[in-house]
Structures are given as structure tokens and as C-alpha cells.
Design a protein around this ligand. Structure first.
Ligand code: VGL
Ligand code: ZN
Length: 234
């Protein structure tokens, strides 16, 4: 698939996910080689007519941070059942409210991350090498303390961000996601783009993966393929 053709098409939008230093190799939530894709994405972003950026942006004490819980470390999983059983405490977060959110999540559990993309910190800024001035929209996500948001279209509790409607209103039929991380925010955004009825064009070379849990890259790619994504090399 040719970049020139694809980017000229007014019905195709480029979706640049979470290109923030906290997701680079030396960042707070390191994605190996995350910084390697900036040049390619910058080239793409200068061409597409409709461009949307997302920015992972959390308040301190966010429910996705391992540090918000006593007895939890980063890259562990918080389950509804252990919180319900009183095995895990959170001095910062109201338990009943959190339980009701966890109940709505896939697998009724949440991966716990190192503190990352804290609102107002340098690691949360979108990479300045990208042409933010061309963006139709810069969408912040994960701003509610109790709800994480991987997808650009829906927060993890199912509430809509409005992005699907915005893209449809602008006549967009096709979405090209890129950025970080391929097995979390890019994957969830891609999946929801398909669910919203957009054709999904996915080039793996413009993303990098957390690769936690093991095989999450393979699972994400396989699932997107099954859902009808076009896996291409642009
Ligand atoms: C992301 C984990 C936590 C991502 C954001 O951008 O893929 N992953 N927050
Ligand atoms: Zn996050």
C-alpha cells in the first residue's frame, strides 16, 4: 500500500496514539524502541488531511497505577475478586466505586502500571517533533481517576469519547492507527475503530509493543486480523 495514495484520500484519517516520552525506551512505562517510530509517523502526519492525536493523561493516584494500592507492584494484575475479598487496599481510591468500575472491565481486572503520563509532567507531553499544529483533535484519555482508557473511542468502562461521531461527521471511512503501544492503546483503538464501522489499515512498523503479558503482540495482531483489519506495509 502506497503512502502517497492513502494519505491523499480525504476519507482516510491518521490516528496517532500516545507518542509521549513516558512510553519511550527510557520512560516511566518503557515500550522497547518506542522512540524509533517518531520519524516515520512524522512523515505520515505531514501528509494526511485528517489527523487525530491521543495523549494518555492521568491524575496522580490513578486507578491504573500500582502505587495506588498497598501490596501491588507494577505489571501485576488487580482483579475484582481480590479487591472484593479485601485482600488489596487502596488508601487513595474509594473501594465501592472502584469495584463498580472493575466489574465492567474485560476479565474484570486491570493491569497495574508504573506511574506514567501524569498530567503536567514532561513525560506526558506529546513529542514536539510531531506536527501537532495539523491536528483536527488532540484527545486526552485516562483523565478520570477511577477509569483507565486504552482506546481513543471508548474508555475502559464503555463510555464514548465521541471520536467515532466526529470522524463520521467529517466523512471519514478509513482509519490508520499508529503510535504506542501496539498491544494496548493502539490495539484497543484499532479494535474500536472496526466496531465503529471504519475500515482499518494497520502497519506494524509504525508501532512498538509492551509485550506484557507474554505473547500480547501476537494476540493483538491475530485478533485484529480476525476482525477484518488490513495488515499492510505502507
Ligand atoms: C498505554 C498502558 C497504560 C498505552 C497507556 O498508551 O498503550 N498502555 N496506559
Ligand atoms: Zn495510561
Amino acid at each position: 500500500m502506497q503512502l502517497a495514495e492513502l494519505s491523499k484520500d480525504p476519507q482516510t484519517a491518521l490516528l496517532v496514539i500516545d507518542m509521549q516520552p513516558d512510553f519511550y525506551s527510557k520512560g516511566a512505562l518503557p515500550v522497547k524502541g518506542g522512540e524509533e517510530i517518531v520519524e516515520k509517523i512524522s512523515l505520515w502526519a505531514h501528509r494526511f488531511q485528517t489527523l487525530v492525536f491521543t495523549q494518555d493523561f492521568h491524575p496522580e493516584g490513578h486507578m491504573s497505577f500500582a502505587s495506588s494500592y498497598t501490596g501491588k507492584k507494577a505489571f501485576e494484575i488487580l482483579t475484582y475478586d481480590e479487591l472484593e475479598a479485601g485482600e488489596i487496599q487502596s488508601p487513595l481510591i474509594q473501594r465501592e466505586a472502584l469495584l463498580s468500575v472493575l466489574q465492567k472491565l474485560p476479565q474484570k481486572s486491570q493491569v497495574l502500571w508504573p506511574d506514567h503520563c501524569v498530567a503536567g509532567t514532561a513525560g506526558a507531553e506529546i513529542d514536539k517533533r510531531l506536527p501537532l499544529e495539523r491536528a483536527a483533535l488532540i484527545l486526552r484519555k485516562g483523565m478520570r481517576s477511577l477509569v483507565d482508557s486504552y482506546s481513543a473511542f471508548y474508555e475502559n468502562d464503555g463510555s464514548s469519547t465521541g471520536l467515532g461521531a466526529l470522524l463520521r461527521d467529517r466523512g471519514i471511512k478509513r482509519v490508520v492507527p499508529c503510535g504506542l503501544a501496539g498491544d494496548y492503546c493502539v490495539y484497543w483503538s484499532a479494535k474500536d475503530a472496526i466496531r465503529e464501522g471504519f475500515e482499518l489499515i494497520f502497519d506494524e512498523s509504525a508501532t512498538r509493543f509492551v509485550n506484557f503479558p507474554e505473547k500480547s503482540r501476537e494476540r493483538a495482531l491475530e485478533d485484529l486480523k480476525v476482525r477484518g483489519a488490513k495488515l499492510v506495509s505502507i
